[in-house]
Design a protein around this ligand. Structure first.
Ligand code: ZN
Length: 176
């Protein structure tokens, strides 16, 4: 691995740790020449997967394309590079369920699901590209749906906290 700063070919690994999907390992390295630190990600290579596009054409799964789409959606959002790499690795890992071919819609839906958990703005950005909203109304509809879902989740969290409090109160100082 060449140093990204001075192109020196030798470095030392100072930290290695697997990310959640066990197929990805993150390594912190220090350049043997300029001493700057950089990070590499190592990933297990598997048989090339073909993606079935909407018009039925096939193309090899392209990790960089998936990553670029996610990066674009996450631009200027408070999302770490680690979180993005992890997401790409997780989607790629999940795609191993498909042995030879995977419909492109599967990749899109999985990405949407993960972005939805991560960041609402990134989610809507990705959705607007992925779902190619035909008009503004469809886009706003998606936004409203998202807002309602967030509200529901928020209510549920509040409800759970309330139940917990009630339970605590009813168990405090009660005779055994
Ligand atoms: Zn260097």
């Amino acid at each position: 691995m060449r140093c990204p700063y001075c192109r020196h070919p030798e470095d030392r690994v100072i930290d290695s740790r697997p990310l959640e999907s066990a197929t990805l390992i993150r390594r912190r390295r220090v350049c043997g020449h300029c001493g700057k630190r950089f990070t590499t990600y190592e990933r297990v290579e598997s048989t090339p997967l073909m993606v079935i596009k909407n018009d039925n054409r096939r193309e090899p799964f392209n990790r960089a394309k998936l990553r670029n789409g996610i990066l674009h959606a996450c631009e200027k959002r408070p999302i770490s590079s680690d979180a993005i790499e992890k997401m790409v690795a997780e989607i790629e890992y999940e795609l191993q369920d498909f042995v030879l071919e995977v419909p492109s819609r599967e990749i899109g839906e999985r990405t949407l699901k993960k972005l939805h958990e991560l960041d609402p703005v990134a989610y809507v950005r990705f959705a607007s590209v992925y779902k190619k909203f035909a008009d503004l109304e469809a886009f706003l509809g998606e936004l409203r749906k998202l807002k309602r879902r967030h509200q529901r989740e928020h209510m549920k969290t509040k409800q759970n906290a309330l139940e917990k409090e009630k339970w605590k109160l009813s168990h405090v100082d009660s005779p055994r």
